[in-house]
Design a protein around this ligand. Sequence first.
Ligand code: ADP
Ligand code: SF4
Length: 700
Amino acid sequence: MHDGSGPDAGRRLRDPRYDILFEPVRIGPVTAKNRFYQVPHCNGGGYRDPSAAAEMRRVKSEGGWGVIFTEQVEIHHSSEITPFIELRIWDDDDLPGLAKMSDAIHSHGALAGIELAYSGANGPNLYTREVPLAPSHTPILTFTSDPVQARAMDKEDIRNLRHWHKLAYRRAKRAGYDILCLYGAHGFGVIQHFLSPRTNQRTDEYGGSLENRSRLLKELISDARDEVGDSCAIAVRLSLDELAGEAGFSNAQLRDLVAMHSELPDLWDFAHGTWEACSGTSRFKPEGAQEDLIRGLRQLTPRPVVGVGRFTSADMMVRQVKQGLMDFIGAARPSIADPFLPRKIDEGRIEDIRECIGCNICVSGDMTMSLSRCTQNSSFMEEWRKGWHPEHIRPKQSDTRVLVVGAGPAGLSAAHKAGLRGYEVALAEAGGELGGRVTRESRLPGLSAWARVRDYRQGQILRMANVSVYRDSALTDEDILGFGFEHVAIATGARWRRDGVARFNLLPVPMAPAMPVFTPDDIMSGHLPSGRVVIYDDDHYYMGSVLAELLVQAGRQVVFLTPSTRVAEWSFNTLEQGAIQARLLDAGVDVRITRGLGSVESDGVTAMCTYTGRREAIACEGLVMVTARLPEDGLYLALKAREAEWGAHGLRTVRVIGDANAPAAIAWATYAGHRYAEELDAAPLGDALPFRREVAHIRN
Ligand code: ADP
Ligand code: SF4
């Protein structure tokens, strides 16, 4: 407890209710300074961008986490998950990168954890071309359905597997890690494949009974203790339920396992069954969704227990600990959205917490093998590349004033970050409320948490003396020239198209004027079609399916038409696709896939098979176009056209940002606003890259 004196003088006091979260907890030979445990999470950078990943974790150390983990680290080249980019500890060449990360984690007193993975039936080995090894002969079980099978391990393979783990343990210790965690959750990792009767069909002492199926786990942990157990804690990450009924590794079996081996690891880390279930979006999973599955496990073991649940509420965290559900508050996404979450609770700054909105854009970075972005924390993975920081920003370099037009996510971010730099900022919004698309979309079914994008920024801005907010202020180019600001950011957003143009149709679709055509903007403004409605989705993210839900709730009969092979195809990258399609089917939506929009008649639409071109008439009384958007850039273009007049009005720069520049997902808009503020008064880069990167060291 801080008493307001000494080195902490001047900072606000922690609410004593949260003291329990700051108790040290022992994990085998090491002790975590508090209960905030950043569980392993991918970031799309991994071995390709080691310094970017290390710096991201350093910022979390600064933010007060007690334990910080790497993403999954492949222990041996005979099991790797190309094309996904994680970390590797294949030989000593991997150690400098891993050591850089552990140093970064240690920088502010966190324990460094490394998640060791042997993917087995999940590793297609597309890069190393080794034959995958698994408990039994199984196809490779991953997102990409590669035409590869794993070979059932024989006893020699198992001896080798133990040897490879020993090499990894020693290297992990040399690289500076305090906690070694064996990965056996989410259906990934050979440990889970041995534990599950679905993937372990062996008839020897490693298959059959639970005791046999857990033999490998027991051996691997015993080996780890022999190798490094004097100084490193040994943990295991397991699924709470494989979600395959009693045929799989069920929650009941997990309870039997923990009871059977209660003192085996130094810590039990529990995640949900599949990654999709564990990292469910807020549209499908509330905070703390795994409570029923974890309840009672801690009572089966004297070892500390970690659980997750997209926890952003300090009160919820305290309840999890006090009710004996877990010793450590595990967090991946909440730590991405706000790396300073523990410190803000510690300093009594609850209102400063940037809460995760549960959108899984971060996950999409891993799924697309790019660098992860975060909708809420636009610094994520830019800490090293661009020197951005989630809390600090370099002070202003001139006394110029900034006008931001439009208070959607781009405008709010630009105003917030420019305000943090100390500029005099005016934020003008045409409407009566702030938030732009985030405010509108957060009223759609399942998206209420998205309002946090607005709430955080609005809360910060309204407390900044140098940022003024003007509502009901639709500005014209004339207004702007008259104001005399030196810098203007145009963040006026975008509107949905009505003419059917997106990917399948790059040109407008022939349309009978009698058919009532609606856009998502119409529906968000409360104008709904009546009767039987076709939703044409050539956008492929969330909007089409969310509107389908809304229209079903409003009593409409809905046909969902899409050129894709799946509903909301891109949401595969946010781990939601299966849940979205199931929800529409359960709601009675008539789903028609692989159908493009051919033409629109007065009494229906003509759909076209995307493979054969075969046409099919679908009767409807209204059509909702979820297609492309057009930037609302009229104001920007009008100002650009008057560039010759800028000097006379003191205007120096006009930039268009966010959806008004090029429409994209919300994370792109918060990033664009942040970038705008970072680049104010920055020296021109010329032909230099606007970010740092690491290029592979060339060997002869
Ligand atoms: P982004 O995602 O790029 O932030 P949004 O569509 O969410 O874009 O937000 C744009 C905001 O700009 C909306 O709230 C809209 O009301 C506002 N806006 C549009 N034109 C003007 C204007 N001329 N003056 C002030 N605000 C405007
Ligand atoms: Fe949360 Fe979305 Fe950020 Fe991921 S991208 S941490 S889900 S706000």
